[in-house]
Design a protein around this ligand. Structure first.
Ligand SMILES: C[S@@+](CC[C@H](N)C(=O)[O-])C[C@H]1O[C@@H](n2cnc3c(N)ncnc32)[C@H](O)[C@@H]1O
Length: 391
């Protein structure tokens, strides 16, 4: 197997279970590597550190799957990891028939995402190395889940950065255009082929539940960047008098309307608008809400986009604070890998100062527990939300 030695000083981080090696950290290779090839990683003196796969064309050149000399990367290792991920989900008692089964590094399977929607699975290969295991992954999912169908979603990062020739479509059995899943006591339509991400924002499950604690019968509520209405539906379910749900996607809004009927609810106002313009307009008109949830898409796709992203989050905090009643609640989320919890707190602090509204933090929420994160990579805690009471 191809042997890689890392530069002196890198070994401690790897022994501390950090699973990435950047291209400039490689000291030598036993020969020219092929893209996606398996490698043995050694320290500068030749001592074993781990097994991984390499893509010499990208900045994160090596991703490590095993730190154990006796556990080389084989199809069996991949299958066992998927089985372990499944066993872990089963004991989480997720109150839904839709969950993330494999969360890349969080399940020691870098480059692999698998979401399960009832009897169907959706798979994404985000690295060249993992894509080479696609047959093993798909046959393992068939054995473990016994699904009716598996759909592969194209991942743009994989395509653009890793050079994977992504394909999209059914890779096993049959997958209908639309299915219905349940989460807590609510039902949602999922459109796997045309929906965003793999079809649903599974990571917000716990926050969609949490918002119920804040809604009183008769409240006036706002769900900004609502997608198919995750927060709006829960607000209405708790007896909110008025709920406005805003998104730019017609498909998401249409599914939101149908989700409302599916759950025997009515009266949500579904608005197709740019969230920034909509919030500005609400402020200009002096509108006020009891509960405001702002859950935007990622603004920082890479490190360089961070300053602009922080300006975007600050603007959302400012606008949110201005339209929340005294004694009301505002939640702002970031799902940007590069925006930390601390960044989010700082922009909320600055916004509170700017608009002269005092806030009290009532909760922090994160991606739900089927999206495990690893301690050595704080960024894998990518979804964070701050919930404040506006005094
Ligand atoms: C993170 S998702 C929201 C998930 C949602 N809260 C849920 O629980 O399912 C972000 C949403 O923002 C929408 N979006 C993106 N840019 C937008 C914009 N400028 N204005 C309004 N909506 C936007 C996307 O269509 C997507 O539905």
């Amino acid at each position: 197997m191809l042997q890689v030695r890392v530069k002196p000083g890198i070994e401690d981080r790897i022994r501390g279970f950090f699973p990435w090696i950047y291209r400039p950290e490689i000291a030598s290779l036993s020969r020219k590597p092929k893209k996606g090839e398996l490698v043995v990683i050694r320290d500068f003196g030749g001592r074993f550190l781990g097994y991984g796969y390499i893509n010499p064309e990208v900045s994160i050149a090596i991703r490590i799957l095993s730190f154990d000399k006796n556990q080389p990367i084989t199809p069996d290792l991949i299958k066992n990891r998927i089985q372990e991920a499944y066993n872990y989900r089963k004991q989480l008692y997720i109150n839904s028939n839709a969950f993330r089964l494999v969360h890349s590094e969080g399940d020691l399977l870098p480059g692999l995402i698998v979401d399960v929607y009832d009897e169907y699975a959706v798979v994404e290969f985000t690295t060249y190395g993992m894509n080479l295991f696609r047959e093993t992954v798909i046959s393992s999912l068939v054995d473990i889940l016994k699904p009716k169908g598996i759909y592969e979603k194209a991942n743009l990062t994989a395509c653009k950065i890793e050079g994977v020739e992504v394909s999209e479509g059914v890779v096993y059995g049959k997958v209908p255009e639309e299915i219905v899943i349940w989460e807590h006591d609510m039902y949602y339509y999922i459109n796997i082929p045309h929906g965003q991400k793999t079809g649903f924002f599974l990571d917000q499950r716990n926050s969609r539940r949490f918002v119920r604690n804040l809604v009183e019968p008769g409240s006036r509520c706002l769900d900004v960047f609502c997608h198919t209405g995750g927060f709006a539906l829960n607000m209405k379910k708790m007896g909110a008098n008025e709920v406005i749900a805003v998104d730019l996607s017609d498909l998401a809004l249409d599914m939101g309307r149908r989700n409302e009927q599916l759950n025997n609810l009515s009266g949500i106002k579904w608005v197709n608008a740019n969230a920034f313009d909509f919030l500005k307009e609400m402020d200009r008109k002096g509108e006020k809400f009891d509960v405001v949830v702002i859950d935007p898409p990622s603004f920082a796709k890479n490190r360089h986009a961070l300053p602009n992203a922080l300006r975007g989050y600050k603007e959302l905090c400012v606008r949110g604070l201005k339209i929340t009643k005294s004694g009301g609640y505002l939640a702002v989320f970031s799902c940007s890998f590069h925006v930390t919890e601390q960044h989010l707190f700082e922009v909320m602090t600055q916004a509170s100062y700017d608009v002269k509204r005092q806030v009290r933090v009532i909760a922090k929420t994160f991606q739900d527990k089927d999206h495990p994160w690893i301690l050595q990579m704080p960024n894998t805690l990518y979804l964070k939300g701050i919930w404040v009471e506006v005094i």
